[in-house]
Design a protein around this ligand. Structure first.
Ligand SMILES: [Zn+2]
Length: 131
């Protein structure tokens, strides 16, 4: 019986358990021909590193940024610190820039999750249409 699972072998030696695409050896995630479409998902690892780091604001409080709401809170804190002249405009600019990078990283992470679920749904559809 033909193995319907992706032929990709992970770094830990285990096989990918996603279904192959029709007529292909790999699932959508591991198909070398799909590299361009996957480019957003490939960056996911780095984004998770950025997003899971704490951001220290000049008032000494550290907050964990995992959601857009955390960034909104941080931006308000930066604005207040600037108004109270507890940080310089240069510091405010740097922190605000960091927040905009984090927002972009969160958006890419969300997009990557959506792409993964679409790839999974397509692999399930391929599997059903092959039976
Ligand atoms: Zn795979």
């Amino acid at each position: 019986m033909e193995n319907k699972h992706c032929e990709h072998v992970r770094e830990d030696g285990t096989r990918c358990m996603s279904y192959k695409q029709t007529g292909k050896r790999f699932c959508w995630i591991h198909d070398p021909d799909k590299a361009v479409e996957r480019s957003v998902a490939v960056r996911k690892g780095g984004q998770e590193c950025i997003v899971s780091k704490d951001v220290e604001v000049a008032d000494g409080k550290r907050i964990r940024v995992t959601r857009a709401k955390d960034i909104r809170i941080t931006l308000v804190r930066i604005m207040n610190l600037l108004r109270e002249r507890k940080i310089t405009p240069t510091e405010s600019n740097a922190l605000t820039y960091t927040c905009s990078c984090l927002i972009r990283a969160l958006e890419l992470q969300e997009l990557s999750k959506r792409l993964d679920s679409i790839a999974f749904a397509l692999s399930q559809r391929d599997r059903l249409s092959n039976n």
